[in-house]
Design a protein around this ligand. Structure first.
Ligand SMILES: *Cc1c(COP(=O)(O)O)cnc(C)c1O
Length: 364
């Protein structure tokens, strides 16, 4: 096998090695079936077991109360921008509150506006999306159909440290890029959605955690694939679900439970990893200039700039030659970005932090 490098890509991205190894070992023949997981039917008993195990594991990891359902949908987090607004904003006569904390918040608002009125309760654009608002910087409206926020902005690298308080208004969260990165109190949320390809599985499945009272609000006559109620009633198998992605999600949740020991442990490891990189930034005397303000820093996507484009290009090139890939920032914002999701190891972050110091010594 060719050597695996440290992949700091933002998504699709690195997956836990033990998960890939198990998938490899089982690829030709899923135990007990005589078939590959790529070949089995979503009505196969073995698949149903995998599906049920994935939900059970997620319920354990996030301590999900019994009045919530777990759905596996398609269309990515991007389709959730539409579905949330079609199911819970369209035709209600209400407006929805949205935080605009970056590129993904902006994209969610754009889609919601097609379905009904949107109030941007806080907009970080003026500060170039480098921070999360403080509690006294935005206004709640008890009449909102729901309040939507993006728990981690994957491109800017800013993350909510705790969720905004929505009172009795349903709180909806795009948690795509910090899903299962730390414990959260699910009971504060009405709906959480996450595209899989950051922390959960390969691209192609979206995990939705939805409270029962929200399912009761779904209007009649939505297209079946966009109707949360139908998807819940049919246990995410109204049509053919992405069997392989759900299989991989099950392996990732098993890894989190059995090898990591749950989300408190995962959170401690993630903080340790992030600290390695933010220390390298903070101790560089400005050579590495962090994008996020220190109270809004993401433990999943670390973003920074360097004194020139040339140095940034050279950094990416030398890093690649040293076994670290995908360190350029998103094309829309430039700069550098290291995505250090659950599956990135402490060793990977230590290697990058050492390289940052070495690079500065040679080029600073
Ligand atoms: C990646 C990402 C998305 C888009 O996900 P798709 O699955 O590509 O639609 C949305 N929101 C956040 C926070 C993301 O990180």
């Amino acid at each position: 096998m060719e050597n695996r490098i440290f992949n700091f890509g933002a998504g699709p991205c690195t997956l836990p090695l033990p998960v890939l190894q198990q998938a490899q070992a089982e690829l030709l023949c899923l135990p007990g079936t005589g078939m590959s997981v790529l070949e089995i039917s979503h009505r196969n008993k073995k698949y149903i077991e995998i599906y049920e195990s994935a939900i059970r594991n997620l319920r354990t990891l996030l301590n999900i109360p019994s009045n919530y359902q777990v759905l596996f949908l398609q269309g990515g987090a991007t389709l959730q921008f539409t579905m949330v607004a079609q199911n819970f904003l369209r035709g209600t006569g209400k407006s929805a509150g949205y935080f605009n904390t970056g590129s993904w918040g902006t994209a969610a608002i754009k889609e919601a506006k097609k379905e009904g009125p949107v109030v941007t309760v806080w907009n970080g654009k003026e500060s170039n999306f480098n921070r999360i608002p403080k509690a006294n910087e935005w206004q709640m409206d008890e009449n909102f159909a729901y309040l939507h926020f993006t728990s981690n902005e994957t491109i800017g690298g800013v993350e909510w440290q705790t969720e905004p308080s929505a009172g009795d208004v349903p709180l909806v969260c795009d948690s795509s890029s910090d899903f299962m990165a730390r414990p959260i109190d699910v009971s504060k949320y009405a709906l959480i959605y996450a595209g899989a390809q950051k922390n959960a599985a390969p691209a192609g499945v979206t995990i939705v955690i939805i409270r029962d009272d929200m399912l009761a609000k779904v209007p009649e006559n939505l297209p079946v694939m966009l109707d949360y109620k139908i998807q819940a009633d049919k246990e995410s198998a109204y049509n053919t679900p992405p069997v392989f992605q759900i299989y991989m999600f099950n392996l990732v949740t098993q890894w989190l439970l059995n090898e990591i020991g749950g989300l408190s442990n995962m959170y401690a490891i993630n903080q340790q990893k992030a600290n390695l990189l933010y220390s390298a930034i903070d101790q560089s005397g400005g050579f590495y200039e962090g994008h996020a303000t220190s109270d809004s820093r993401s433990i999943m996507n670390v973003t920074w700039r360097m004194p020139s484009e040339e140095l940034q290009d050279l950094f990416a090139k030398e890093a690649k030659a040293n076994g670290m890939a995908e360190l350029k920032g998103h094309r829309s914002v430039g700069g550098m970005r290291a995505s250090i999701y659950n599956a990135m190891t402490v060793a990977g972050c230590q290697t990058l932090a050492d390289f940052m110091r070495d690079f500065q010594r040679r080029h600073g």
